[in-house]
Structures are given as structure tokens and as C-alpha cells.
Design a protein around this ligand. Structure first.
Ligand code: SR1
Ligand code: MG
Length: 423
């Protein structure tokens, strides 16, 4: 039996020698490793990401580290997250064709995935900070969410297959633990790794942490997240997990995948567009971002409308799982019953996505892992004003989600909060 090699982190210098004989790489980018140019470009919180240019082509080599890159070796994190990322990518590719990078090779022991180099794509978050208005993302992300979330659930899947997948992804414990703590708990008390724009936000932060209704809602949302194993989630679907050109949208980084509530992925995604909206005031050095703000609210509307339409279409055409069987409705001449049930399911998703969006906004301003939308605002006073508006908005979504009926209401509030100085 061959010996399993111990894990070793790649470096730009060792990568050509270590991966030079991989057909998945050399057949695509060129076999002469002396010609390979390797750059480490990972800017996420967890992994190494290399662009390997071999003369005849390029590829991405992504490798997990046995710890959280953002924090260091004091926070160990298992390499098996690459296994979940690989299996989630395969499923996303089947369920939403053309919307994830192609995978060329997977090595569980070395925690490596070799995949398509997307060019000239850039990270969506970066594009939004620059003020780029991408024409396709609203529709593309709405479709991605509806297709992956519907097709990974008991609405569509054969029961045995879904339960096998539920068991497979249930082992992604440590990545769920990150979300459970960083999103739902840490922002609401003085957790060790938290930080925020201080002293400007100190008063508002204290107010939020003393807000009993908010804490109870955050825990109800955590309860949902931990127990409602409804579908295979991407699990970290923010604007840093999407690569774009004006014509193409690809979702990356599915290592947080596990079975959870449909509303979580949708809520996290919308939250990140709303944060972009609140951060635009901090990026107006080269001109007003009024048009960009209007564009961002339009994208949210398009994501939600597309999600609803596509989810409804799949409900009518692919509902072959154990839930809301056709035998009870369409097959008994009661298509209206199936429509009524669909309305209820979509309503529940709506209510919960608002809550998940609220806490996602809070954790990006109060917790460990902030986002570049706000962090790149150099003027601290201006940044804190943007963040304060977003914090108030998030609080309203989380606490009042059951009484919010439309995006018109949500966006009316966003516009008012964005204009007024709330600290
Ligand atoms: C410790 S990891 C912090 C965050 O980075 C990832 O992208 C996830 O969003 C996670 O919550
Ligand atoms: Mg990531």
C-alpha cells in the first residue's frame, strides 16, 4: 500500500515541482514547469490561492491551511473543508450549470482543488467598491440561489439521496461552528476577537448589545440555522464569493456548505448588497454614487424577483421529492393547493431571509471578519456614519422581520437611514 504523504503547504517556489506531473495541470497549462509562473493571490480569511500560468494556459490551485489564515495557528481548522468544498462545487455545477468554476483535480490529503482560472473576472465585492454596475448579476444570482437551493432539498431530491447528502455534509462541523459563533453570537457581546470602529461606534454598539429583543431574535435565527436542515447551502454566499465580468457570474468558495435553511444563503447575499449600498457614501471621492445606490437596490429587487420566479417554476416542474407531493395536489385536480403551499413556503423564506440579512450586517461591522466595503473607507468619521446606518438597518430587519411586507418598505427605510446621520 502506498504511503500517504503528510500535508505540506504549497509555496510559489515548491508548487511547480510538487504538482508538475499532474496531468490535470500540465495538459492544460503546459508541461515545462520551468516556464510556470506562480503567484499566491489569496485574499480571503482561510486559504492559499495560487494562479499558475504555464505559458499554454493558466489554472487556479487552491489549498486549505490547517488553521484560520486571518487569525493564525492559534485557531486550528481541519483540512477536510476542502472535501466539502469539492463536493458542494460538484453539486452546484449540476444544479446551476455554468455558474461555478470547472474543477480539474481534487486531492483530499493535501487539501488541494485545481480549478478553472476565471479571467478577466474580478471579485464582485471589489467591482461594487469601484462603482461598477454589472448588468447580469441580479438575474444570475437569483437563478443560482433558486436552482441550487430548490434542487438540493426535499422538494426535489429523492429521499435516500438527500439523506445521504445530509449525512455527508453533517461532518462540516468546524465551519458551521465559525458561522454559529461569528454570525449569531459574537456580535452581541464582547467576544475576544471582535472589533469595531472605535470610539465613534462605541455608544451604538453598547446599545445593540444591551438590546434584549435583538439578542433573542439573533438566537432564534441561530436556532433556525442549526436545526432547519432544509437544503444544501453554499453557506458563505457573500459578494466576496462571486467572480464577475459584465457578461459572466461565477460563485466560488463553497467550503461552508452544509444542510441548513434556504433563507440563509438568500439573506446573506442580500445583506452584502445592502452593505455595499450603505458603504457607497464612503467611496464618493471621484463623484457621486447616487446612480450606484439606485443600481444596488435594483439588484436586490432583481435577485428576489428572479429567485421567486425560478423557485416557483421549479416548484411547478421539478417537485418530485417527499414534500407537498403532486399526489395530494395536481394529481387530484388541485393545482391551486400547490400554489397556496408555494406562497407559504416563499413567505417563510422572505421572513427568515430578512433576519439572516440583519445579523450578517451586524457581524461584518461588530465581529471578527469585516468586509472591504467599509474597511476601505479611509475617513474614519465617514466610515463610522456608513456603518452606523447599516447597523440600525440590520437591527430593524432582524427584530421586525415578521412585520415587513415588501422590498419597497425595506428600501424606503434604507434610503432614510442612509441619508440621515444616525450617530
Ligand atoms: C474565521 S473565518 C471568518 C469568515 O471568513 C469566511 O469568508 C466566512 O465568511 C467566515 O465567517
Ligand atoms: Mg471564502
Amino acid at each position: 500500500m502506498g504511503e500517504t504523504k503528510a500535508f505540506e503547504a504549497l509555496t510559489p517556489d515548491t508548487l511547480p515541482q510538487r504538482l508538475g506531473s499532474l496531468p490535470a495541470l500540465k495538459d492544460r497549462i503546459g508541461a515545462d514547469t520551468t516556464q510556470w509562473r506562480v503567484r499566491e493571490v489569496g485574499d480571503g480569511n482561510l486559504n492559499l490561492v495560487f494562479i499558475v500560468d504555464g505559458g499554454a494556459g493558466s489554472a487556479i490551485v487552491k489549498q486549505a491551511l490547517p488553521y484560520v489564515r486571518l487569525v493564525g495557528e492559534s485557531w486550528p481548522l481541519p483540512l477536510k473543508r476542502t472535501f466539502f468544498e469539492y463536493h458542494a462545487l460538484v453539486r452546484e455545477g449540476e444544479r446551476a450549470p455554468g455558474m461555478v468554476p470547472q474543477i480539474f483535480h481534487f486531492d483530499a490529503g493535501q487539501a488541494i482543488i485545481v480549478m478553472e482560472f476565471l479571467s478577466p473576472h474580478i471579485i464582485l465585492r471589489r467591482a461594487l467598491i469601484e462603482g461598477q454596475q454589472l448588468p447580469k448579476i441580479g438575474r444570475d444570482l437569483g437563478l443560482f440561489a433558486a436552482r441550487t437551493l430548490f434542487r438540493g432539498s426535499d422538494f426535489a431530491m429523492e429521499a435516500r439521496k438527500r439523506k445521504e447528502d445530509l449525512a455527508l455534509f453533517a461532518d462540516n462541523v468546524e465551519l458551521c461552528d465559525i458561522t454559529e459563533n461569528l454570525v449569531f453570537s459574537d456580535p452581541y457581546y464582547e467576544a475576544k476577537l471582535n472589533h469595531h470602529t472605535s470610539p465613534q461606534l462605541d455608544g451604538l454598539v453598547a446599545e445593540l448589545r444591551a438590546d434584549r429583543d435583538l439578542k433573542v431574535e439573533a438566537q432564534k435565527l441561530k436556532h433556525l440555522f442549526a436545526t432547519r436542515a432544509e437544503t444544501l447551502l453554499h453557506g458563505d454566499l457573500h459578494t466576496g464569493s462571486v467572480m464577475v465580468t459584465p457578461q459572466d457570474t461565477r460563485v466560488i468558495d463553497s467550503e461552508f456548505a452544509f444542510y441548513g435553511p434556504i433563507a440563509f444563503d438568500v439573506g446573506m447575499m442580500l445583506a452584502n448588497f445592502w452593505m455595499s449600498y450603505f458603504s457607497q457614501r464612503g467611496h464618493e471621492a471621484n463623484g457621486s454614487r447616487d446612480a450606484m445606490r439606485a443600481y444596488l437596490l435594483g439588484v436586490v429587487e432583481e435577485i428576489w424577483a428572479t429567485f421567486r420566479d425560478e423557485f416557483s417554476h421549479l416548484w411547478r416542474t421539478e417537485r418530485s421529492g417527499i414534500l407537498y407531493q403532486r399526489a395530494l395536489f395536481e394529481d387530484r385536480d388541485d393545482a391551486l393547493g400547490a400554489e397556496q403551499a408555494l406562497d407559504h413556503v416563499l413567505h417563510d423564506i422572505w421572513v427568515d431571509l430578512l433576519g439572516f440579512a440583519g445579523v450578517e450586517i451586524h457581524r461584518r461591522i461588530l465581529g471578527l471578519a469585516h468586509n472591504a466595503d467599509f474597511e476601505t473607507i479611509g475617513d474614519v468619521e465617514l466610515r463610522s456614519r456608513c456603518e452606523a446606518s447599516a447597523l440600525k438597518f440590520g437591527r430593524h430587519l432582524a427584530v421586525n422581520r415578521r412585520h415587513i411586507h415588501s422590498l419597497v418598505e425595506v428600501h424606503g427605510l434604507a434610503q432614510r437611514l442612509e441619508k440621515e446621520t444616525v450617530i
